[in-house]
Design a protein around this ligand. Structure first.
Ligand code: ADP
Ligand code: VHF
Length: 371
C-alpha cells in the first residue's frame, strides 16, 4: 500500500479491547459493538475483507467464577476465559447474518512454522467462504512461556499472517496522547505518527483498567510490527459514536501510524516478529562483515561463544559487539555448536560424527535487524 494513503485498504484486521465488549467490567454488551458491526458489514458489502481480534473473554466470564483471593489467580482467570469466550462469540454473532468462526491461538502456535502456515490457510479459507474469523488468545491453555500476552500484539501478528493492508485498534481512548489522559487531563492527541521511536514509546503508559492488558505500550509494540511491514495502523476510540462512520467515509480519526515500506519476505517477518530467540551466539568481526556486507550465511568459523539452551531448528539471536544484529534458525543445537564454534565445516564430521549442514544459519533463515 501507498505509505501516504490508507483509504484504499482491501483487507483489515480490527482489534476490539475488553472495555468495548464489557463496558461494565463483566458480562458482554452490544452497546459499542453495534457501530463496529455496521462498519464491518458495510466494508464487506464493498468487497473488503475483515478479520476480528476480540478481547473480552475474561471480563465476560468474570461473574461466574468465585475468586477466593484478593487478586485473581491464573486458574480463575483461565476459567473466566473458558466461560466468557462463548459469550463473547455469541455477542458478535448476533450482529452478523453470515457465520463467525472462532480461532483460539497462542504464541506457541505462531512460532511453529507449520502451525503458522495452517492458521494462515484456515483464515484464507474462511474469508474465501464469506465467514468472519474472530481470533482471541487461547487463554485457557496458554502458560506464561506460550502466550502472546495481549491482544494488541496478537492482532499485529494476525495482520502479518493475513497480509492485511490495515490494522484498526479499537480502544476506549481517542488514540495516542502525549501522556495518559486518564491521569493527565491536559494531554494532547497525536493525529499522525510517521515513525515509532524511543520518543514515541516514552509517551505511552500502562492501562488503568483492571480488565484490560497492556495499555498504550502494547499498542505501540503492535503498531511498530505492522507499520514496519507496510501495514497502516490506527488507534481509534470505539466508544465514540461517529468513529466508524468517519472511517467508512475515509475520514481520518484517532492516531494514524503510517506504514513504512519493507521488503521482508513472509518468512523473514515471521523470524523477526513472531519467534522468540531461545539463545544467543556471539560472532567475530569477519562473520559480521559477511552477514551485513555480503548477505552471506553464518559459518561456525565466525562463532565466538553461545548462550541459552537451543536445539536444532530453533531461533537464536546473533550478537556482535554487545548488539543483537540478526536472528536466524540454527542448524545445530547449543551443545553441538559449542564443539564446532570457530572450526572449519570440513572438521564437523570428525568432531561431531555427523554434519547437518555446512552453515550454522543459512541466509534464507536469517533476518538482519536495522535493514
Ligand atoms: N499516552 C497515552 N495515550 C493514550 N492512552 C494511554 C497513554 N498511556 C496510557 N494510556 C492508557 O491506555 C489505555 C488503553 O489501553 P487498554 O486499557 O489496555 O485498552 P484496551 O482494552 O482497548 O486494550 C487508555 O485508556 C489509557 O488509560
Ligand atoms: N485474551 C484476553 C484479552 C487480553 C487483552 O489484551 O485485553 P485488552 O487489553 O482489553 O485488549 C480476553 O479475551 O479477555
Amino acid at each position: 500500500m501507498n505509505t501516504q494513503d490508507w483509504t484504499g485498504w482491501q483487507r483489515a484486521v480490527i482489534k476490539i479491547g475488553s472495555a468495548l465488549i464489557a463496558p461494565n467490567g463483566c458480562e458482554v454488551s452490544g452497546q459499542f459493538i453495534l457501530p463496529i458491526a455496521k462498519f464491518i458489514n458495510d466494508a464487506r458489502a464493498q468487497g473488503k475483507e475483515v478479520i476480528l481480534v476480540s478481547s473480552g473473554s475474561v471480563a465476560a466470564g468474570r461473574n461466574e467464577i468465585k475468586c477466593h483471593n484478593q487478586g485473581v489467580t491464573i486458574a480463575e482467570k483461565q476459567a473466566m476465559a473458558a466461560i466468557g469466550q462463548t459469550k463473547m462469540m455469541a455477542n458478535w454473532q448476533r450482529f452478523f447474518d453470515v457465520s463467525c468462526a472462532q480461532l483460539l491461538i497462542t504464541h506457541g502456535d505462531l512460532r511453529d512454522r507449520r502451525r503458522y502456515v495452517n492458521i494462515k490457510n484456515t483464515i484464507r479459507e474462511l474469508l474465501a467462504n464469506n465467514i468472519i474469523p474472530i481470533i482471541n488468545e487461547n487463554d485457557t491453555v496458554a502458560t506464561e512461556e506460550l502466550k502472546v500476552g495481549d491482544n494488541d500484539n496478537l492482532a499485529a501478528l494476525v495482520a502479518l499472517i493475513c497480509d492485511a493492508d490495515i490494522l484498526f485498534i479499537c480502544s476506549d481512548i481517542n488514540g495516542l496522547y502525549n501522556a495518559d489522559p486518564k491521569t493527565t487531563p491536559s494531554a494532547e492527541l497525536l493525529p499522525i505518527v510517521d515513525e515509532i521511536n524511543a520518543a514515541i514509546y516514552a509517551l505511552a503508559g500502562d492501562t488503568q483498567n483492571k480488565i484490560a492488558t497492556g495499555g498504550m505500550i502494547t499498542k505501540l509494540q503492535a503498531a511498530e510490527k505492522t507499520t514496519n511491514n507496510g501495514i497502516h495502523t490506527f488507534i481509534v476510540n470505539g466508544k465514540t459514536e461517529n468513529t466508524f462512520s468517519k472511517l467508512s467515509d475515509k475520514e481520518h480519526v484517532g492516531t494514524w501510524f503510517k506504514a513504512v515500506h519493507n521488503k521482508d519476505t513472509a518468512k523473514k517477518q515471521w523470524l523477526k516478529y513472531t519467534l522468540h530467540a531461545s539463545g544467543k551466539i556471539v560472532i567475530d568481526e569477519g562473520a559480521k562483515t559477511a552477514l551485513l556486507g555480503n548477505g552471506a550465511s553464518l559459518l561456525a568459523k565466525g562463532v565466538v561463544s553461545t548462550q541459552g539452551n537451543f536445539i536444532r531448528g530453533e531461533a537464536i539471536d546473533i550478537e556482535y559487539n554487545n548488539e543483537i544484529i540478526a536472528r536466524g534458525l540454527s542448524q545445530y543445537s547449543k551443545s553441538e555448536l559449542d564443539l564446532i564454534a570457530g572450526k572449519d565445516s570440513a572438521k564437523f564430521e570428525s568432531i561431531l560424527g555427523f554434519k547437518h549442514k555446512e552453515e550454522i544459519i543459512h541466509r534464507d533463515d536469517l533476518v538482519l535487524f536495522n535493514s
